[in-house]
Design a protein around this ligand. Sequence first.
Ligand code: PHE
Length: 497
Amino acid sequence: MPIKRERWINRPAFVFAAIGSAAGLGNAWRFPYIAYQNGGGAFLIPFFIALFTAGIPLLILEYGLGQKMQAGAPGALGRIKKSWEGLGWWAVFIGFVIMSYYAVIMAWTWNYIYASLSVAWEGRVLEFFYRDVLNSTDGPLQLGPISVPVLIGLLLTWFLIWLILRRGVKFLGKVVLITVPLPIILLLILGVRAVTLPGSMEGLTYYLQPDFRALLDYNVWVAAYSQVFFTLSVGFGVMIAYASYLPRKSDINNNAIITALADAGISFLAGFVVFGTLGYMAGAQNVDVGQVVEEGIGLAFIAYPEAISLLPFGAAFFGFIFFFTLLTLGIDSAFSLAESVITGLDDKFKLSRPIWVTLVCTFGFLVGLIFSTGAGLWWLDIVDHFVNNFGLAAVGLLECLLIGWVYRAEKMRNYVNPVSDVKLGKWWDIMIKYVTPLILGISIILTLSERLMVPYRDYPAISLLLGGWMVVLLLIPVALIFARKKASRPGFLQPPQ
Ligand code: PHE
Protein backbone atom coordinates (compact mmCIF):
# COMPACT_ATOMS: atom_id res chain seq x y z
CA MET A 1 0.00 0.00 0.00
CA PRO A 2 1.43 3.41 -0.87
CA ILE A 3 1.62 5.68 2.14
CA LYS A 4 -1.06 8.31 2.52
CA ARG A 5 -0.28 11.44 0.56
CA GLU A 6 0.25 14.71 2.33
CA ARG A 7 -2.42 17.39 1.83
CA TRP A 8 -2.66 21.18 1.70
CA ILE A 9 -4.44 22.52 4.77
CA ASN A 10 -7.19 24.04 2.62
CA ARG A 11 -8.00 25.42 -0.80
CA PRO A 12 -6.55 28.91 -0.24
CA ALA A 13 -3.25 27.35 0.81
CA PHE A 14 -2.96 25.66 -2.56
CA VAL A 15 -4.09 28.71 -4.52
CA PHE A 16 -1.70 30.95 -2.62
CA ALA A 17 1.16 28.54 -3.19
CA ALA A 18 0.38 28.40 -6.90
CA ILE A 19 0.18 32.18 -7.14
CA GLY A 20 3.41 32.37 -5.16
CA SER A 21 5.13 30.13 -7.65
CA ALA A 22 3.78 32.05 -10.61
CA ALA A 23 4.48 35.51 -9.25
CA GLY A 24 8.23 35.80 -8.98
CA LEU A 25 11.19 37.74 -10.22
CA GLY A 26 9.77 37.33 -13.70
CA ASN A 27 6.86 39.62 -12.89
CA ALA A 28 8.93 42.37 -11.40
CA TRP A 29 11.70 42.60 -13.88
CA ARG A 30 10.83 40.58 -16.95
CA PHE A 31 7.26 41.55 -17.69
CA PRO A 32 7.73 45.34 -17.63
CA TYR A 33 10.58 45.43 -20.10
CA ILE A 34 9.17 42.72 -22.33
CA ALA A 35 5.96 44.72 -22.53
CA TYR A 36 7.80 47.92 -23.23
CA GLN A 37 9.94 46.31 -25.92
CA ASN A 38 7.06 44.63 -27.62
CA GLY A 39 4.54 47.31 -28.28
CA GLY A 40 3.98 48.82 -24.82
CA GLY A 41 0.27 48.94 -24.01
CA ALA A 42 -0.49 47.03 -27.19
CA PHE A 43 1.49 44.11 -25.77
CA LEU A 44 -1.36 43.50 -23.38
CA ILE A 45 -3.39 42.18 -26.31
CA PRO A 46 -1.04 39.33 -27.29
CA PHE A 47 -0.29 38.80 -23.61
CA PHE A 48 -3.92 38.22 -22.68
CA ILE A 49 -4.57 36.20 -25.81
CA ALA A 50 -1.59 34.03 -24.89
CA LEU A 51 -2.88 33.78 -21.35
CA PHE A 52 -6.28 32.52 -22.43
CA THR A 53 -5.29 30.37 -25.40
CA ALA A 54 -2.22 28.71 -23.93
CA GLY A 55 -1.42 29.71 -20.36
CA ILE A 56 -4.70 28.89 -18.66
CA PRO A 57 -5.38 25.75 -20.75
CA LEU A 58 -1.95 24.39 -19.91
CA LEU A 59 -2.31 25.33 -16.27
CA ILE A 60 -5.59 23.40 -16.19
CA LEU A 61 -3.85 20.49 -17.84
CA GLU A 62 -1.08 20.46 -15.24
CA TYR A 63 -3.44 20.86 -12.30
CA GLY A 64 -5.65 18.12 -13.71
CA LEU A 65 -2.73 15.80 -14.29
CA GLY A 66 -1.25 16.24 -10.83
CA GLN A 67 -4.56 15.99 -9.05
CA LYS A 68 -5.87 13.04 -11.00
CA MET A 69 -2.66 11.02 -10.83
CA GLN A 70 -1.67 12.11 -7.32
CA ALA A 71 2.00 12.35 -8.20
CA GLY A 72 4.63 14.85 -9.35
CA ALA A 73 5.50 15.16 -13.04
CA PRO A 74 7.46 11.88 -13.48
CA GLY A 75 4.92 9.77 -11.62
CA ALA A 76 1.89 11.49 -13.12
CA LEU A 77 3.07 10.98 -16.69
CA GLY A 78 4.41 7.52 -15.91
CA ARG A 79 1.07 6.48 -14.49
CA ILE A 80 -0.54 7.25 -17.81
CA LYS A 81 2.13 5.41 -19.74
CA LYS A 82 5.35 4.03 -18.38
CA SER A 83 7.38 5.32 -21.31
CA TRP A 84 6.38 8.93 -20.58
CA GLU A 85 7.95 9.04 -17.17
CA GLY A 86 11.16 10.34 -18.73
CA LEU A 87 9.44 13.48 -19.95
CA GLY A 88 8.41 14.18 -16.38
CA TRP A 89 12.00 13.88 -15.19
CA TRP A 90 13.19 16.11 -17.99
CA ALA A 91 10.71 18.81 -16.98
CA VAL A 92 11.73 18.46 -13.35
CA PHE A 93 15.44 18.69 -14.15
CA ILE A 94 14.95 21.74 -16.33
CA GLY A 95 13.20 23.23 -13.32
CA PHE A 96 16.21 22.26 -11.23
CA VAL A 97 18.56 24.18 -13.50
CA ILE A 98 16.34 27.25 -13.36
CA MET A 99 16.19 26.94 -9.61
CA SER A 100 19.96 26.83 -9.31
CA TYR A 101 20.40 30.22 -10.95
CA TYR A 102 17.15 31.70 -9.64
CA ALA A 103 18.57 31.25 -6.14
CA VAL A 104 21.66 33.18 -7.22
CA ILE A 105 19.57 36.13 -8.34
CA MET A 106 17.99 36.00 -4.93
CA ALA A 107 21.48 36.02 -3.45
CA TRP A 108 22.11 39.35 -5.19
CA THR A 109 18.84 40.57 -3.74
CA TRP A 110 20.04 39.92 -0.19
CA ASN A 111 23.05 42.08 -0.94
CA TYR A 112 20.89 44.89 -2.18
CA ILE A 113 18.67 44.65 0.87
CA TYR A 114 21.69 45.05 3.06
CA ALA A 115 23.16 47.81 0.88
CA SER A 116 19.89 49.72 0.82
CA LEU A 117 20.33 50.60 4.48
CA SER A 118 23.10 52.99 3.48
CA VAL A 119 22.10 53.32 -0.21
CA ALA A 120 25.58 51.99 -0.88
CA TRP A 121 25.11 52.10 -4.65
CA GLU A 122 24.51 55.82 -4.74
CA GLY A 123 26.34 57.45 -7.64
CA ARG A 124 27.99 54.18 -8.68
CA VAL A 125 25.34 51.68 -9.63
CA LEU A 126 27.35 49.92 -12.30
CA GLU A 127 30.38 49.56 -10.14
CA PHE A 128 28.28 48.41 -7.25
CA PHE A 129 26.58 45.69 -9.26
CA TYR A 130 29.44 44.41 -11.38
CA ARG A 131 32.29 44.88 -8.96
CA ASP A 132 31.09 44.96 -5.38
CA VAL A 133 28.40 42.32 -5.66
CA LEU A 134 29.32 40.12 -8.61
CA ASN A 135 33.04 40.70 -8.90
CA SER A 136 32.42 40.14 -12.57
CA THR A 137 34.99 39.06 -15.15
CA ASP A 138 35.03 40.01 -18.83
CA GLY A 139 33.46 36.89 -20.24
CA PRO A 140 32.21 33.36 -19.53
CA LEU A 141 35.58 31.73 -20.07
CA GLN A 142 37.26 33.74 -17.34
CA LEU A 143 35.75 32.09 -14.34
CA GLY A 144 37.31 34.20 -11.61
CA PRO A 145 36.83 33.50 -7.90
CA ILE A 146 33.47 33.00 -6.23
CA SER A 147 32.06 36.31 -5.03
CA VAL A 148 31.85 36.27 -1.25
CA PRO A 149 28.76 38.49 -0.97
CA VAL A 150 26.93 36.29 -3.48
CA LEU A 151 28.05 33.19 -1.63
CA ILE A 152 26.64 34.53 1.63
CA GLY A 153 23.37 35.43 -0.07
CA LEU A 154 23.19 32.01 -1.65
CA LEU A 155 23.69 30.29 1.66
CA LEU A 156 20.92 32.40 3.19
CA THR A 157 18.56 31.63 0.32
CA TRP A 158 19.11 27.90 0.48
CA PHE A 159 18.90 27.81 4.21
CA LEU A 160 15.52 29.53 4.01
CA ILE A 161 14.25 27.19 1.30
CA TRP A 162 15.45 24.23 3.31
CA LEU A 163 13.72 25.47 6.46
CA ILE A 164 10.44 25.94 4.65
CA LEU A 165 10.37 22.77 2.59
CA ARG A 166 11.61 20.40 5.24
CA ARG A 167 8.28 20.43 6.95
CA GLY A 168 6.15 19.52 3.96
CA VAL A 169 3.22 21.13 2.17
CA LYS A 170 1.16 21.65 5.30
CA PHE A 171 3.74 24.07 6.61
CA LEU A 172 4.38 25.49 3.16
CA GLY A 173 0.69 26.35 2.96
CA LYS A 174 1.12 28.53 6.03
CA VAL A 175 4.27 30.22 4.79
CA VAL A 176 2.61 31.35 1.56
CA LEU A 177 -0.15 33.06 3.50
CA ILE A 178 2.55 35.59 4.33
CA THR A 179 4.96 35.47 1.41
CA VAL A 180 2.25 35.95 -1.21
CA PRO A 181 0.22 38.92 0.08
CA LEU A 182 3.25 40.72 1.50
CA PRO A 183 4.96 41.57 -1.81
CA ILE A 184 1.60 42.63 -3.25
CA ILE A 185 1.12 45.12 -0.42
CA LEU A 186 4.69 46.33 -0.79
CA LEU A 187 4.26 46.72 -4.56
CA LEU A 188 1.18 48.81 -3.92
CA ILE A 189 3.16 51.09 -1.62
CA LEU A 190 5.93 51.39 -4.19
CA GLY A 191 3.36 51.94 -6.93
CA VAL A 192 1.75 54.83 -5.09
CA ARG A 193 5.18 56.31 -4.49
CA ALA A 194 6.10 55.87 -8.14
CA VAL A 195 3.06 57.47 -9.71
CA THR A 196 3.18 60.45 -7.38
CA LEU A 197 6.71 61.35 -8.44
CA PRO A 198 7.19 64.17 -10.91
CA GLY A 199 7.86 62.79 -14.37
CA SER A 200 6.32 59.42 -13.62
CA MET A 201 3.71 59.95 -16.32
CA GLU A 202 6.42 60.03 -18.95
CA GLY A 203 7.62 56.68 -17.72
CA LEU A 204 4.13 55.22 -17.75
CA THR A 205 3.51 56.54 -21.24
CA TYR A 206 6.65 54.75 -22.30
CA TYR A 207 5.47 51.55 -20.71
CA LEU A 208 1.90 51.60 -21.87
CA GLN A 209 1.59 53.72 -24.97
CA PRO A 210 0.26 51.26 -27.48
CA ASP A 211 2.11 50.66 -30.68
CA PHE A 212 -0.37 48.59 -32.61
CA ARG A 213 2.03 47.96 -35.46
CA ALA A 214 3.84 45.64 -33.08
CA LEU A 215 0.94 43.22 -33.36
CA LEU A 216 1.98 42.47 -36.92
CA ASP A 217 5.41 41.36 -35.82
CA TYR A 218 5.57 37.65 -35.01
CA ASN A 219 8.39 38.24 -32.54
CA VAL A 220 5.95 40.09 -30.34
CA TRP A 221 3.68 37.07 -30.29
CA VAL A 222 6.54 34.72 -29.52
CA ALA A 223 7.55 37.03 -26.68
CA ALA A 224 3.99 37.06 -25.33
CA TYR A 225 3.68 33.29 -25.32
CA SER A 226 7.05 32.68 -23.76
CA GLN A 227 6.42 35.28 -21.10
CA VAL A 228 3.10 33.64 -20.27
CA PHE A 229 4.69 30.21 -19.88
CA PHE A 230 7.51 31.45 -17.74
CA THR A 231 5.35 33.59 -15.53
CA LEU A 232 2.74 30.88 -14.93
CA SER A 233 5.46 28.36 -14.01
CA VAL A 234 4.05 25.78 -16.44
CA GLY A 235 6.30 23.27 -18.15
CA PHE A 236 8.59 22.58 -15.19
CA GLY A 237 6.47 20.11 -13.30
CA VAL A 238 5.87 22.62 -10.52
CA MET A 239 2.14 22.93 -10.92
CA ILE A 240 1.78 19.16 -11.36
CA ALA A 241 3.60 18.61 -8.08
CA TYR A 242 1.55 21.21 -6.22
CA ALA A 243 -1.75 19.86 -7.53
CA SER A 244 -0.76 16.34 -6.54
CA TYR A 245 -1.25 17.32 -2.91
CA LEU A 246 -4.89 18.19 -3.51
CA PRO A 247 -7.63 15.69 -2.82
CA ARG A 248 -9.00 14.29 -6.06
CA LYS A 249 -12.27 16.12 -5.77
CA SER A 250 -10.83 19.65 -5.63
CA ASP A 251 -11.69 22.44 -8.02
CA ILE A 252 -9.33 22.86 -10.93
CA ASN A 253 -10.60 25.30 -13.54
CA ASN A 254 -11.45 28.14 -11.27
CA ASN A 255 -8.20 27.76 -9.37
CA ALA A 256 -6.30 27.99 -12.63
CA ILE A 257 -8.12 31.14 -13.69
CA ILE A 258 -7.56 32.77 -10.30
CA THR A 259 -3.86 31.89 -10.38
CA ALA A 260 -3.40 33.27 -13.87
CA LEU A 261 -5.28 36.51 -13.32
CA ALA A 262 -3.63 37.22 -9.99
CA ASP A 263 -0.26 36.65 -11.58
CA ALA A 264 -1.06 38.92 -14.53
CA GLY A 265 -2.25 41.61 -12.13
CA ILE A 266 1.00 41.48 -10.18
CA SER A 267 3.01 41.82 -13.41
CA PHE A 268 0.98 44.79 -14.50
CA LEU A 269 1.37 46.46 -11.13
CA ALA A 270 5.13 45.88 -11.13
CA GLY A 271 5.27 47.69 -14.45
CA PHE A 272 3.82 50.80 -12.83
CA VAL A 273 6.40 50.65 -10.08
CA VAL A 274 9.34 50.25 -12.42
CA PHE A 275 8.33 52.62 -15.18
CA GLY A 276 6.86 55.27 -12.91
CA THR A 277 10.15 55.44 -11.06
CA LEU A 278 12.24 55.40 -14.23
CA GLY A 279 10.15 58.23 -15.62
CA TYR A 280 11.07 60.26 -12.60
CA MET A 281 14.76 59.47 -13.03
CA ALA A 282 14.68 60.41 -16.72
CA GLY A 283 13.06 63.71 -15.78
CA ALA A 284 15.61 64.37 -13.04
CA GLN A 285 18.47 63.70 -15.45
CA ASN A 286 16.79 65.49 -18.29
CA VAL A 287 16.99 62.58 -20.69
CA ASP A 288 14.51 60.45 -22.57
CA VAL A 289 12.99 57.51 -20.66
CA GLY A 290 14.33 55.15 -23.34
CA GLN A 291 17.84 56.05 -22.26
CA VAL A 292 17.44 54.94 -18.69
CA VAL A 293 15.65 51.66 -19.33
CA GLU A 294 17.86 48.63 -19.05
CA GLU A 295 17.17 45.34 -20.64
CA GLY A 296 16.89 42.24 -18.49
CA ILE A 297 18.50 41.87 -15.10
CA GLY A 298 19.89 45.39 -15.29
CA LEU A 299 16.42 46.82 -14.91
CA ALA A 300 16.08 45.64 -11.33
CA PHE A 301 19.71 45.80 -10.28
CA ILE A 302 21.00 48.86 -12.10
CA ALA A 303 18.29 51.18 -13.40
CA TYR A 304 15.85 50.87 -10.53
CA PRO A 305 18.40 51.31 -7.70
CA GLU A 306 19.79 54.33 -9.48
CA ALA A 307 16.35 55.87 -9.69
CA ILE A 308 15.81 55.14 -6.01
CA SER A 309 18.99 56.92 -5.02
CA LEU A 310 17.69 60.06 -6.69
CA LEU A 311 14.49 60.18 -4.66
CA PRO A 312 13.87 63.45 -2.82
CA PHE A 313 13.59 61.57 0.47
CA GLY A 314 13.43 58.03 1.82
CA ALA A 315 15.85 56.44 -0.64
CA ALA A 316 16.99 53.89 1.93
CA PHE A 317 13.42 53.09 2.87
CA PHE A 318 12.14 52.62 -0.67
CA GLY A 319 15.26 50.76 -1.73
CA PHE A 320 14.81 48.40 1.15
CA ILE A 321 11.13 47.87 0.34
CA PHE A 322 11.85 47.21 -3.32
CA PHE A 323 14.48 44.57 -2.71
CA PHE A 324 12.55 43.04 0.09
CA THR A 325 9.64 42.79 -2.35
CA LEU A 326 11.87 41.01 -4.83
CA LEU A 327 12.98 38.61 -2.14
CA THR A 328 9.47 37.74 -1.01
CA LEU A 329 8.27 37.51 -4.61
CA GLY A 330 11.13 35.22 -5.53
CA ILE A 331 11.28 32.94 -2.53
CA ASP A 332 8.02 31.10 -3.21
CA SER A 333 8.96 30.62 -6.86
CA ALA A 334 12.32 29.24 -5.81
CA PHE A 335 10.92 26.77 -3.34
CA SER A 336 8.22 25.67 -5.77
CA LEU A 337 10.93 24.64 -8.21
CA ALA A 338 12.69 22.73 -5.47
CA GLU A 339 9.41 21.14 -4.43
CA SER A 340 8.85 19.84 -7.93
CA VAL A 341 12.18 18.01 -7.81
CA ILE A 342 11.60 16.76 -4.28
CA THR A 343 8.09 15.50 -5.04
CA GLY A 344 9.37 13.69 -8.13
CA LEU A 345 12.12 11.95 -6.16
CA ASP A 346 10.09 11.27 -3.07
CA ASP A 347 7.28 9.68 -5.11
CA LYS A 348 9.61 7.13 -6.60
CA PHE A 349 12.47 6.50 -4.23
CA LYS A 350 12.18 5.56 -0.64
CA LEU A 351 14.00 8.03 1.57
CA SER A 352 12.41 10.26 4.12
CA ARG A 353 11.23 13.64 2.87
CA PRO A 354 13.64 15.67 5.04
CA ILE A 355 16.53 13.76 3.50
CA TRP A 356 15.35 14.51 -0.02
CA VAL A 357 14.92 18.15 0.91
CA THR A 358 18.43 18.31 2.31
CA LEU A 359 19.91 16.56 -0.73
CA VAL A 360 18.11 18.74 -3.27
CA CYS A 361 18.95 21.95 -1.42
CA THR A 362 22.60 20.99 -1.07
CA PHE A 363 22.86 20.03 -4.70
CA GLY A 364 21.06 23.20 -5.80
CA PHE A 365 23.48 25.23 -3.73
CA LEU A 366 26.50 23.48 -5.23
CA VAL A 367 25.33 24.01 -8.81
CA GLY A 368 24.62 27.62 -7.90
CA LEU A 369 28.30 28.11 -7.09
CA ILE A 370 29.04 28.19 -10.83
CA PHE A 371 26.73 31.19 -11.13
CA SER A 372 28.43 32.83 -8.16
CA THR A 373 31.83 33.07 -9.79
CA GLY A 374 33.07 36.13 -11.60
CA ALA A 375 31.68 34.65 -14.81
CA GLY A 376 28.42 33.75 -13.12
CA LEU A 377 26.35 36.48 -14.73
CA TRP A 378 27.38 35.38 -18.21
CA TRP A 379 26.62 31.74 -17.56
CA LEU A 380 23.36 32.66 -15.97
CA ASP A 381 22.37 34.64 -19.02
CA ILE A 382 23.28 31.83 -21.42
CA VAL A 383 21.63 29.04 -19.47
CA ASP A 384 18.51 31.12 -18.86
CA HIS A 385 18.13 31.89 -22.53
CA PHE A 386 18.43 28.31 -23.72
CA VAL A 387 16.55 26.59 -20.96
CA ASN A 388 13.59 28.93 -21.28
CA ASN A 389 13.45 29.12 -25.01
CA PHE A 390 13.94 25.48 -25.81
CA GLY A 391 13.53 23.34 -22.74
CA LEU A 392 10.36 24.94 -21.50
CA ALA A 393 8.75 25.17 -24.92
CA ALA A 394 9.62 21.57 -25.71
CA VAL A 395 8.14 20.25 -22.48
CA GLY A 396 4.96 22.29 -23.00
CA LEU A 397 4.67 21.02 -26.56
CA LEU A 398 5.13 17.38 -25.58
CA GLU A 399 2.69 17.71 -22.69
CA CYS A 400 0.03 19.05 -25.03
CA LEU A 401 0.63 16.38 -27.63
CA LEU A 402 0.63 13.51 -25.18
CA ILE A 403 -2.35 14.58 -23.15
CA GLY A 404 -4.22 16.08 -26.11
CA TRP A 405 -3.78 13.25 -28.58
CA VAL A 406 -2.68 10.09 -26.87
CA TYR A 407 -4.42 10.32 -23.53
CA ARG A 408 -7.11 12.44 -25.18
CA ALA A 409 -8.02 15.97 -24.19
CA GLU A 410 -11.65 15.01 -23.88
CA LYS A 411 -10.90 12.44 -21.22
CA MET A 412 -9.00 14.99 -19.15
CA ARG A 413 -11.81 17.50 -19.61
CA ASN A 414 -14.29 14.90 -18.42
CA TYR A 415 -12.26 14.58 -15.26
CA VAL A 416 -11.74 18.28 -14.51
CA ASN A 417 -15.27 19.48 -15.30
CA PRO A 418 -17.28 17.59 -12.69
CA VAL A 419 -14.94 18.67 -9.88
CA SER A 420 -14.76 22.33 -10.95
CA ASP A 421 -17.00 25.36 -10.45
CA VAL A 422 -16.42 26.64 -13.97
CA LYS A 423 -16.92 24.12 -16.77
CA LEU A 424 -14.72 23.91 -19.83
CA GLY A 425 -16.19 23.61 -23.27
CA LYS A 426 -14.80 21.87 -26.32
CA TRP A 427 -12.62 24.92 -26.91
CA TRP A 428 -10.22 23.60 -24.32
CA ASP A 429 -9.58 20.45 -26.37
CA ILE A 430 -8.90 22.61 -29.40
CA MET A 431 -6.39 24.71 -27.50
CA ILE A 432 -4.55 21.71 -26.11
CA LYS A 433 -4.61 19.68 -29.31
CA TYR A 434 -4.00 22.33 -31.93
CA VAL A 435 -3.45 25.91 -30.86
CA THR A 436 -0.89 25.64 -28.07
CA PRO A 437 1.26 22.95 -29.73
CA LEU A 438 1.19 24.83 -33.00
CA ILE A 439 2.36 28.05 -31.40
CA LEU A 440 4.99 26.31 -29.31
CA GLY A 441 6.20 24.38 -32.35
CA ILE A 442 6.47 27.53 -34.43
CA SER A 443 8.27 29.42 -31.71
CA ILE A 444 10.76 26.58 -31.21
CA ILE A 445 11.50 26.48 -34.94
CA LEU A 446 11.84 30.24 -35.15
CA THR A 447 14.15 30.58 -32.18
CA LEU A 448 16.09 27.52 -33.21
CA SER A 449 16.76 28.79 -36.71
CA GLU A 450 17.66 32.19 -35.35
CA ARG A 451 20.07 30.63 -32.86
CA LEU A 452 21.71 28.49 -35.49
CA MET A 453 22.23 31.47 -37.74
CA VAL A 454 23.17 34.10 -35.19
CA PRO A 455 24.82 32.97 -31.94
CA TYR A 456 23.28 34.35 -28.77
CA ARG A 457 24.83 37.73 -27.97
CA ASP A 458 28.57 37.67 -28.58
CA TYR A 459 29.51 34.91 -26.23
CA PRO A 460 32.28 32.50 -27.34
CA ALA A 461 30.87 29.50 -29.19
CA ILE A 462 32.19 27.03 -26.64
CA SER A 463 30.27 28.67 -23.81
CA LEU A 464 27.05 28.56 -25.82
CA LEU A 465 27.68 24.93 -26.58
CA LEU A 466 28.31 24.08 -22.94
CA GLY A 467 25.87 26.33 -21.13
CA GLY A 468 23.19 26.29 -23.78
CA TRP A 469 22.89 23.23 -25.97
CA MET A 470 24.62 20.78 -23.65
CA VAL A 471 22.56 21.69 -20.62
CA VAL A 472 19.26 21.30 -22.45
CA LEU A 473 20.25 18.12 -24.29
CA LEU A 474 22.27 16.39 -21.57
CA LEU A 475 19.29 16.51 -19.29
CA ILE A 476 17.49 14.12 -21.63
CA PRO A 477 19.73 11.06 -21.00
CA VAL A 478 19.83 11.94 -17.32
CA ALA A 479 16.04 11.97 -17.30
CA LEU A 480 15.94 8.62 -19.06
CA ILE A 481 18.30 7.11 -16.53
CA PHE A 482 16.03 8.23 -13.72
CA ALA A 483 13.02 6.87 -15.56
CA ARG A 484 14.64 3.45 -15.96
CA LYS A 485 15.68 3.12 -12.34
CA LYS A 486 13.55 0.75 -10.37
CA ALA A 487 11.13 2.46 -8.02
CA SER A 488 11.67 1.73 -4.36
CA ARG A 489 8.29 3.10 -3.36
CA PRO A 490 5.62 0.48 -3.81
CA GLY A 491 2.86 1.37 -6.25
CA PHE A 492 4.80 4.19 -7.87
CA LEU A 493 3.24 3.67 -11.27
CA GLN A 494 -0.17 2.58 -10.12
CA PRO A 495 -2.84 5.14 -10.80
CA PRO A 496 -4.87 5.91 -7.68
CA GLN A 497 -8.26 4.25 -7.57
N1 PHE B 1 7.05 32.11 -12.53
C1 PHE B 1 8.24 32.52 -11.92
C2 PHE B 1 8.53 33.97 -12.24
O1 PHE B 1 7.82 34.61 -12.96
C3 PHE B 1 9.42 31.73 -12.36
C4 PHE B 1 9.24 30.28 -12.24
C5 PHE B 1 9.30 29.52 -13.34
C6 PHE B 1 8.96 29.69 -11.04
C7 PHE B 1 9.06 28.18 -13.26
C8 PHE B 1 8.72 28.35 -10.95
C9 PHE B 1 8.76 27.59 -12.08
O2 PHE B 1 9.49 34.52 -11.77
